[in-house]
Design a protein around this ligand. Structure first.
Ligand SMILES: [Fe+2]
Length: 359
């Protein structure tokens, strides 16, 4: 009785399965001084949907993430890899150095919806910088559950992702989705060291972390406890940088006061001497200096722009309704930040610590 069943299944595989193709990557995540995860995403098929059998006009791919974890790596080393077949499967990345070192990273976010703009931002990054790694402030795609959007994201990012380590943060549009965690081999919050700087990534998207208010609050309490312990443990670092999606302050009038949980972290960030925080969610460029901490909003990676119609008094350094990315160069105590538009033109430069005034 079993033989016909097996033959039927075999026939389905031969006639039904389209050829698999790589639609994302290669890229490298979870990079530490000793380990890294090389990834790529494969389209295994496609599902069509419509209101009539002969009008299946909505299509979405089935996707599978592939990954290989490498351990026993050496800190501060450039590694080259060859993953899936052909030149497209080749790439490189650096492992973090463990001592004092010069390095450079790029920050951008909200790479959703206007895919042509997303491509221009990535082109701008590639022309302006040769970063050691990339930080994404969240909202990688417009809906993390929508399989059709991830191939577009990975296609726009391809030439950047194959030469850097990638560290993402969760945005509300990523929707705490299985796709995000699967494609990024991600956890909701994490930290790492690069040279003598410490990098912390939190999940500010409290709205999607649980079904009930108590689940959401429990997540936030756990994360906040972890954040304080992590800040305390990193006091010997030369710099501490925080990354998340929802900003604690904004010049977008209609959104002011929207993120009370993030605003409530400010005192802790001050106590543990954060150097700078980078956020997204608002689709523009914003820079504030508040109680010794520089706060940046870099959410200009492709999502439709928002006005900067109500800059907070006293703390605003620069706001502009423009697509953007931020290049950060670290050399010992010195932090040099350039905020740029996709065409490479400068929005502003920021040097930390601030140069002493001329006598
Ligand atoms: Fe957002």
């Amino acid at each position: 009785m079993k033989i016909p069943v097996l033959l039927t299944a075999f026939a389905l595989v031969v006639h039904g399965a389209p050829p698999e193709k790589v639609i994302g990557g290669p890229y490298v995540v979870n990079v530490g001084p000793r380990s890294a995860t090389v990834m790529w995403v494969v389209q295994t098929g496609e599902v069509s949907l419509g209101a009539a059998p002969d009008k299946l006009d909505k299509k979405s791919p089935t996707l599978r993430a592939e990954r290989v974890v490498f351990n026993g790596l050496t800190a501060g080393t450039t590694y080259y890899y060859d993953s899936f077949d052909g030149a497209a499967g080749k790439g490189s990345f650096k492992t973090p150095p463990t001592g004092a070192a010069k390095f450079e990273f790029v920050v951008f976010g909200d790479t959703r919806t206007r895919h042509d703009v997303h491509r221009k931002v990535i082109q701008g990054v590639l022309q302006a910088s040769n970063p050691d790694f990339v930080m994404h402030t969240g909202d990688l795609v417009a809906d993390g559950y929508d399989n059709s959007l991830w191939p577009i994201f990975f296609d726009a990012e391809r030439e950047l992702l194959r030469k850097v380590a990638f560290y993402p943060a969760l945005g509300n549009h990523d929707r705490n989705s299985k796709n995000y965690f699967d494609f990024m081999s991600a956890v909701p919050y994490y930290s790492f060291d690069w040279g003598t700087s410490h990098f912390i990534v939190i999940n500010t998207d409290i709205g999607n972390v649980g079904r009930t208010e108590s689940e959401k609050q429990a997540f936030w309490m756990d994360q906040t406890r972890w954040l304080e312990a992590d800040l305390l443990a990193s006091q010997k670092a030369e710099h501490r940088f925080l990354f998340g999606h929802h900003p604690p302050m904004t010049a977008v009038k209609s959104r002011q006061g929207d993120n009370p949980q993030v605003m409530a972290l400010e005192l802790m960030l001050q106590k543990y001497k954060l150097t700078a925080g980078f956020f997204g969610h608002d689709h523009n460029y914003q820079h504030y200096l508040k109680n010794g901490i520089h706060y940046f909003v870099t959410g200009g990676g492709g999502a439709p722009l928002y006005d900067v119609d109500s800059p907070p008094a006293g703390t605003t350094q620069k706001v502009e309704s423009t697509e953007n990315f931020v290049v950060v160069r670290i050399d010992g105590k010195a932090v040099h930040i350039e905020a740029k538009r996709p065409d490479g033109s400068l929005i502003e430069t920021v040097t930390l610590p601030a140069p002493a005034p001329a006598k």
